[in-house]
Design a protein around this ligand. Structure first.
Ligand SMILES: Cc1cc2nc3c(=O)[nH]c(=O)nc-3n(C[C@H](O)[C@H](O)[C@H](O)COP(=O)(O)O)c2cc1C
Length: 204
């Protein structure tokens, strides 16, 4: 089993979403000790945004474009994704949605005539489906009775990853990292509990 680990926070290994994603990895590796891991760090400006040449490839199928720059990076990131059997994404919530680093990755891997095609019925993904685990950290809460903000992160990821064929998504979250030590402790315990329940149900 090949696991692709996408790390989105600018805070790197200190980040809550990274720590939660490590817990998911530990559960996966416990069940498949021979699993191999590819870590793709995109937070902290590790992944540039797409360039003009790449934008042209998405603008028109017949445009004169080259294979370098963001096109080459996109090829590499798509190959990495295609080669995986499981994907684990650790991401913060930024401004109610995905951080710009994750949006940059999406701009590279959601690619017309490569990871999706457009037909009369709309856009159809070309990727084989596989489990995708998403570990989220947020300063406030975005689900439950204490949520005081909308959530554009989980619906957006569901739509955009679904568009390229990735529909088997599982979301876990540590919500309220900015609400004090006790709230964080409780949020981590809730996430641990959700992970425990998920993996117990899935593997038996
Ligand atoms: C640019 C920026 C925007 C943020 N926007 C939100 C937000 O909309 N909602 C929220 O709950 N927290 C927001 N936060 C707080 C982060 O989600 C919180 O600090 C979280 O723990 C970051 O995850 P990390 O530790 O994995 O980096 C924002 C943080 C930053 C830096």
């Amino acid at each position: 089993m090949k696991i692709l680990h996408v790390v989105c926070s600018p805070r790197g290994e200190a980040s809550e979403s990274y720590q939660l994603s490590l817990k998911i990895l530990a559960r996966l590796i416990e069940r498949a000790p021979a699993a191999t891991l590819v870590r793709r760090v995109i937070g902290g400006n590790a992944l540039p945004h797409i360039d003009a040449n790449y934008a042209l490839t998405q603008h028109s199928a017949t445009a004169q474009t080259t294979q370098d720059g963001a096109v080459a990076r996109s090829d590499e990131l798509i190959r990495e994704l295609e080669a995986s059997d499981v994907v684990v994404i650790g991401t913060p919530m930024h401004n109610l949605g995905v951080p710009s680093a994750l949006k940059a990755w999406i701009d590279h891997v959601v690619r017309a005539r490569r990871t999706f095609n457009t037909g009369p019925g709309g856009k159809v993904g070309t990727l084989r489906d596989r489990p995708v685990f998403i570990a989220i950290a947020s300063g406030g809460r975005f689900t439950g009775e204490h949520a005081r903000q909308p959530d554009f992160l989980t619906p957006y990821l569901t739509a955009i990853l679904g568009m390229i064929g990735l529909k088997d998504l599982s979301f876990f979250a540590v919500q309220g990292t900015g609400l004090g030590e006790q709230a964080v402790t409780e949020a981590r315990a809730q996430a641990d509990h959700a992970l425990q329940a998920h993996f117990a149900a899935r593997v038996g």
